[in-house]
Design a protein around this ligand. Structure first.
Ligand SMILES: O=P(O)(O)OP(=O)(O)OP(=O)(O)OC[C@H]1O[C@@H](n2cnc3c(O)ncnc32)[C@H](O)[C@@H]1O
Ligand SMILES: [Mg+2]
Length: 221
C-alpha cells in the first residue's frame, strides 16, 4: 500500500518560527487549496538546535524533529544570505549574525557595518550608485533549502533555490522580512522589500525551491 502524500493533508505543517516565512508559505500553499500551520502553533515543541553545516542539513534537522514530534509530514526551510565581499558570510549563520536572538534590524546593521569596514579599507573599490544615490556594496545571493520529511517512511524530499542581487547601503521598501530591505535586484531595478508577495514568490530563492519541490511531491503520491 502506498503512503499518502503530504498533498493529501488539508493543512501543511512548516517547521519554522519565522512569521515572514509563514506568510510566504501560506500565500504559496493557499493557491493549492492548502492551509498552513507552523511551529508558532505548536509552542510545546522545544527550540530546535540548527547545528548543520549546510542549509540542507539544517532544513532536514527542523523537518525531522518536528515530523517525529507531530507524527505528520513536515516541510522545513533553512535559508540565508551569502555575501560575496564577506566570503559567503553570514550563510548558515544569517539568523544569528548579530548574535543569538538577534532581530532582523540588528542583523541588517551588522551587515552594513561589515561591508562599510571593507569599503573603508579598500578605498579604490569601485562603488556603483543607484539613481537615488544609494551605494551597491557587494554582490550577494539568497539561498533556500527545503526538506520535506515523512515520519511514516523516514524519507526526505529536498530542493534548493537561489536568487542573486546586491547589498545596498540604504533600505528600499517595507515588504518582505529579514535582509530584504538591503537586497537590490538589478534586473528589476527594485529592492526585494519593494516586491508584492506574488512578485517575490516568482523570483525568490524560496519560490524557486518550492517550484522544484512541488513536482516531486506530486510524483511521490
Ligand atoms: O529557523 P526558522 O524557525 O525557520 O526561522 P529563522 O528566521 O531562524 O530562519 P533560518 O534559520 O532559516 O535563518 C534564515 C535567516 O536568513 C534570513 N532570510 C531567509 N529568507 C529570507 C528572505 O526571503 N528575505 C530576507 N531574509 C531572509 C532570515 O531573516 C534569517 O535571518
Ligand atoms: Mg533558524
Amino acid at each position: 500500500m502506498s503512503i499518502p502524500s503530504i498533498l493529501s493533508h488539508e493543512t501543511i505543517v512548516i517547521a519554522t518560527k519565522n512569521a515572514g516565512k509563514v506568510k510566504e508559505f501560506a500565500h504559496a500553499l493557499e493557491k493549492l487549496g492548502k492551509k498552513t500551520a507552523s511551529l508558532l502553533d505548536y509552542p510545546q515543541i522545544p527550540d530546535i538546535i540548527e547545528d548543520g553545516l549546510t542549509f540542507l542539513e539544517n532544513a532536514r534537522i527542523k523537518a525531522k524533529t518536528t515530523g517525529d514530534a507531530l507524527g505528520v509530514p513536515v516541510l522545513a526551510d533553512d535559508s540565508g544570505l551569502r555575501v560575496e565581499a564577506l566570503n559567503g558570510e553570514p550563510g548558515v549563520y544569517s539568523a544569528r549574525y548579530a548574535g543569538e536572538g538577534a532581530k532582523d534590524s540588528d542583523n541588517n546593521a551588522k551587515l552594513l557595518k561589515q561591508l562599510n569596514l571593507i569599503h573603508a579599507r579598500r578605498e579604490a573599490l569601485a562603488v556603483e550608485l543607484l539613481p537615488d544615490g544609494s551605494r551597491l556594496l557587494s554582490k550577494a545571493e539568497f539561498v533556500c533549502a527545503l526538506a520535506l520529511y515523512d515520519p511514516a517512511t523516514g524519507k526526505f524530499l529536498e530542493a534548493e533555490g537561489t536568487v542573486e542581487g546586491w547589498i545596498t547601503d540604504q533600505p528600499h521598501g517595507t515588504g518582505g522580512f529579514g535582509y530584504d530591505p538591503l537586497f537590490w535586484l538589478p534586473g528589476l531595478s527594485r529592492g526585494m522589500a519593494e516586491l508584492t508577495k506574488d512578485e517575490k514568490q516568482q523570483i525568490s530563492h524560496r519560490g524557486e525551491a518550492l517550484k522544484k519541490l512541488l513536482p516531486l511531491l506530486e510524483q511521490a503520491q
